[in-house]
Design a protein around this ligand. Structure first.
Ligand SMILES: C[S@@+](CC[C@H](N)C(=O)[O-])C[C@H]1O[C@@H](n2cnc3c(N)ncnc32)[C@H](O)[C@@H]1O
Length: 546
């Protein structure tokens, strides 16, 4: 199987493309109902250090989509809902009424039921959320997983930030919750993992040191009476209940210099346990040893709510093996798929925004272009009809997707998305190129992108774009259109050229590029365009956790 990326709504993708019982592990990190919108951060732009554009929204309202979802659950669409999940949502409708929270829970229920369908009987599901709605989500998960032979295994608490109070009237909200469910209690597996020991534990227990390293002392006294293990060793009397080990084992430990003999003969012999020989603390459901990503972390790509690779590495190693299929239905900038790829798992990633899809492709192929041959990319327009379909999407949440796709594809990810379109002369994206100003000083000049999906356009569009170029003292502008516009191509000519003083070369001041040309591989061709996305750090496998 080729690894797969789907650009689209995961509900639609799951229903249409992901087969029953085909996935070994699914991790999702959906919006948490945080009542916030999340922005992608860009670097190196213009005079500012960074800029941002909305990547995805996490505000919910009771709308037509929610109404349709509720109907689908109540009518057991495709037979994926359990009786308990239908009853639960019907009851929640009564309790919560039709508002933001119910809209969120309906959206999650629809998707969790599909994820349950696509999991193999041996499969595991990790649902990453936070305490905002985790108490409701657990009910939904129980109602879908626990009544069909599956089970709830753990609530993992991940310390996702360093202590700070959100406000004076609440305690610092520092943890996320990851629910771990399995599809079949008799068939699932969990690979053992270890946490790294924390400093406090090391300092309080590993107080001894010899040429081998730091060690702690472990009791060799038997907890229950062992008359057959009662013997004196090198003049040290047996404890009342006997030793934990037979005489031969005691001698073996002694020969290997792993016994600690107290100065007084009435003391107890102890075993030396070396820190470097321990794998760590056996797995627990409190994860404080995986650091959150800081603003300047090398791993950070500027995508909001990006999770650390170490977190996904632990989950993927715990609940999958090499060659298994890992699914992330809300894959953001692709942390799950990048780690799955590195750990030789097969993977499927789904996301609804093109910023995410373009970032994932960049992240995966930046260090190895040949990886592109191993990935099947679905849902990204490949012909004029699919481009028209994207341009005509009516969902408010995906409204600007066509513009994003055109700007990011044409600019090869060198442009950033412009959010302030209304007050910004119809500009959908911006790139930057180095130039010299009138005084000969180095400066980054803007390249403006405007996207139009109209069937017909009059030359005033070009005039307006020129006006914005002049107003912003930008270098040049590119009009990206859904349909060919020969009249506008002609119109552009009269605006002449932009001269780049740094390399002493002329470029058309305004260009018109249509979707067809994009499909034929036409891309932005300007000198030294500034990178606005952070480079993905190449990760070596972290061996410490297993
Ligand atoms: C919290 S982010 C995931 C971050 C990710 N774990 C990472 O490390 O980059 C949630 C993602 O879900 C995507 N999303 C939201 N609703 C979606 C839907 N219905 N279908 C597919 N993706 C969706 C958003 O675009 C966003 O990228």
């Amino acid at each position: 199987m080729k690894n797969k990326i789907y650009y689209g709504d995961n509900l639609d993708v799951l229903r249409r493309y992901i087969k029953d019982e085909s996935v070994d592990l699914c991790y999702i990190d959906p919006p948490f109902n945080s009542k916030r919108n999340y922005n992608q951060i860009y670097n190196n732009v213009g005079k500012e250090d960074s800029a941002q554009a909305q990547a995805f929204i996490d505000t919910w309202t009771w709308d037509d989509i929610a109404t349709q979802g509720l109907t689908e659950i109540k009518s057991n669409y495709n037979g994926v809902f359990t009786e308990q999940s239908i009853d639960l949502i019907t009851w929640l409708e009564k309790v919560l009424k039709k508002g933001a929270l119910l809209a969120y829970l309906v959206s999650m229920t629809l998707r969790i039921a599909e994820i349950h369908r696509v999991l193999k009987p041996t499969g595991s599901f990790y649902f990453h959320c936070d305490p905002t709605a985790s108490h409701y989500l657990k009910l939904v998960l129980d109602a879908i997983f626990c009544v069909r032979g599956g089970d709830y295994i753990n609530e993992i608490v991940w310390k996702r930030s360093y202590g700070h109070g959100d406000s004076k009237k609440s305690m610092g909200r520092n943890h996320d919750v990851v629910f771990y469910y399995i599809k079949n209690t008799n068939k699932y597996f969990l690979n053992r993992f270890y946490h790294t020991h924390d400093e406090k534990y090391i300092n309080s227990f590993f107080k001894h040191n010899d040429e081998r390293g730091l060690y702690k002392l472990e009791n060799l006294t038997s907890p229950s009476p062992r008359p057959n293990l009662t013997y004196e060793y090198k003049g040290y009397p047996s404890p009342d209940k006997g030793w934990r080990v037979k005489l031969e084992r005691m001698q073996e430990l002694d020969r290997d210099d792993r016994l600690h003999f107290p100065a007084k003969k009435n003391g107890r012999i102890m075993k030396k346990v070396y820190l470097h020989e321990l794998e760590g603390q056996p797995m627990t459901d409190i994860w404080v040893d995986i650091n959150p990503l800081s603003a300047h972390d090398a791993e950070r790509l500027g995508y909001p709510t990006q999770k650390p690779e170490a977190l996904l590495e632990r989950i993927i190693k715990a609940s999958s093996n090499e060659g298994n299929i890992v699914l992330d239905a809300y894959c953001g900038c692709g942390t799950t798929v990048a780690v799955a790829n590195r750990l030789n798992r097969q993977w499927i990633g789904i996301d609804i925004t093109y910023q995410s899809i373009s970032l994932i492709l960049k992240r995966l192929t930046e260090h190895d272009k040949s990886l592109l041959d191993t990935i099947e990319i679905n849902g990204v327009p490949k012909d004029i009809n699919s481009a028209i379909a994207l341009a005509n999407k009516s969902d408010d949440r995906t409204r600007k997707e066509f513009e994003k796709w055109m700007v990011l594809t044409y600019s090869n990810n060198y442009a950033m998305i412009n959010e302030k379109k209304g007050g910004d002369g119809g500009i959908d994206g911006m790139a930057y190129i180095p130039d010299r100003d009138d005084k000969g000083e180095l400066e980054n000049k803007k390249v403006l992108f405007s996207v139009k999906s109209n069937v017909k356009l009059s030359p005033t569009v070009i005039r307006d774009l020129n006006g914005t170029i002049e107003r912003d003292n930008a270098a040049c502008g590119i009009l990206l259109t859904l349909y060919p516009m020969p009249n506008l191509v002609k119109e552009c000519k009269q605006y002449g050229f932009y001269h780049n003083a740094l390399i002493n070369k002329d470029y058309p001041k305004i260009q018109v590029v249509c979707v067809d040309e994009l499909f034929n591989g036409v891309r932005l061709e300007l000198p030294n365009v500034v990178k606005v996305l952070k480079k993905a750090e190449q990760h070596a496998e972290q061996v410490s956790l297993f």
